[in-house]
Design a binder for this molecule. Structure first.
Ligand code: ZN
Length: 353
């Protein structure tokens, strides 16, 4: 094995592959920071791109172009190497590696990183999310190193960080609902997802300790989970959303449902108002008649009303200027407006006018 200090001893191909891997992992993160895109999505791409380069190095090694499994052997965490500062980078880099050829492990982590990471970042803001991610990553690596001190068994994977996200989310907003594939793809409370994963890891760790050792670093997952769970109150302090708030969560269906419920209760009964043409003494355009009839008889649900308003907007023009009209969504339901002059057309009339 070659330490970082021995960089000049690597062949140009080996050096090139390590540089390529570093670029694949860091570019999405740098892009996310620069363009203010969600860092959680940057991390997802980072893990996927890293896995692609890692697979490439594995393939080159198999066909004999490489003497050793470069990238993997240089960047994976091995507890027995951690006494030397030259290997400390592996506490971070190992979190972007995956078992060679184990695509399911990559995908399993990416599912958590994306589905849990994105709403958690909305709760925390990008900087605090970054702190949580690094805490989970390092918590997992340190837990693995301490639990296996002196061991040559390597550790890798984004699982420590992924479980770190679950631990942080559980400590912060356990009632948020996240659409998540647990048997059924439907919104599940964070507490259910986190505790289920936590329980499954303990069970697997138990099984691995008792029988043949599994090839996933279970102890490391729990280290990330515990570290972020414990530190979240400190990290979330002064953040954009108060801890423990119960509004369904940023990605939960409850927010959408709440918005539609509020809309439903304040929507005007369209059967009780004149259509925009009759109201100004003009004939109703032919294309609008069927749509208006449906709207006035059968569009009490906000989603259905929105869809019919959009069809109506496509079918007609402004009765005043003959210009295009649009359907806009307001708190009291959809409205049909003249695109250039809302005073020409703003329908239905406001309930309180
Ligand atoms: Zn107009």
């Amino acid at each position: 094995m070659v330490a970082t200090a021995a960089w000049p001893l690597l062949t140009p191909l080996e050096q090139g592959l390590i540089v390529l891997w570093l670029g694949a992992v860091t570019t999405p993160l740098a892009y996310a920071v620069k363009s203010r895109a969600p860092l959680s999505l940057g991390v997802v791409l980072s893990v996927l791109f890293g896995a692609v380069v890692q697979t490439l190095t594995g393939a080159l090694w198999r066909i004999g172009w490489l003497d050793r499994l470069v990238v993997w052997s240089d960047l994976v965490l091995v507890p027995s190497r951690m006494g030397h500062v030259g290997w400390w980078h592996t506490a971070i880099t190992s979190g972007f590696l995956h078992a060679q050829w184990d695509l399911m492990h990559v995908l399993g982590n990416v599912v958590i990183l994306a589905l849990v990471g994105v709403p958690l970042e909305q709760r925390l803001g990008s900087k605090r999310f970054a702190v949580v991610y690094v805490t989970g990553l390092l918590g997992g690596s340190i837990a693995w190193t301490l639990a296996n001190a002196g061991s040559h068994v390597p550790a890798w994977g984004a699982s420590g960080a992924a479980f770190g996200l679950l631990g942080a989310y559980l400590a912060g907003w356990p009632k948020d609902e996240i659409p998540f594939p647990l048997i059924l793809i439907r919104p599940w409370p964070v507490s259910v997802i986190a505790l289920l994963y936590f329980g499954m890891e303990i069970a697997r760790w138990w099984a691995a300790e008792g029988g043949a050792s599994g090839n996933v670093a279970h102890m490391a997952h729990l280290g990330g989970f515990v570290a972020t769970y414990a530190l979240l109150p400190l990290i979330a302090k002064g953040g954009p959303v108060a801890r423990g708030i119960d509004d369904g969560g940023p990605s939960g269906m409850a927010n959408l449902r709440g918005r539609l419920d509020a809309m439903r209760s304040s929507m005007v009964d369209l059967a009780s108002v004149d259509d925009p043409w009759t109201a100004v003494g003009r004939p109703v355009p032919k294309a609008a008649r069927g749509i208006l009839a449906t709207l006035q008889s059968d569009a009490d649900e906000p989603e259905i009303r929105l869809a019919w308003f959009e069809r109506l907007a496509d079918a007609v023009t402004c009765p005043e200027c003959n210009g295009p009209v649009g359907a806009v969504e307001r708190k009291d339901g959809p409205r049909l407006q003249c695109a250039s002059h809302p005073q020409h057309l703003d329908w239905p009339p406001q309930a309180e006018a």
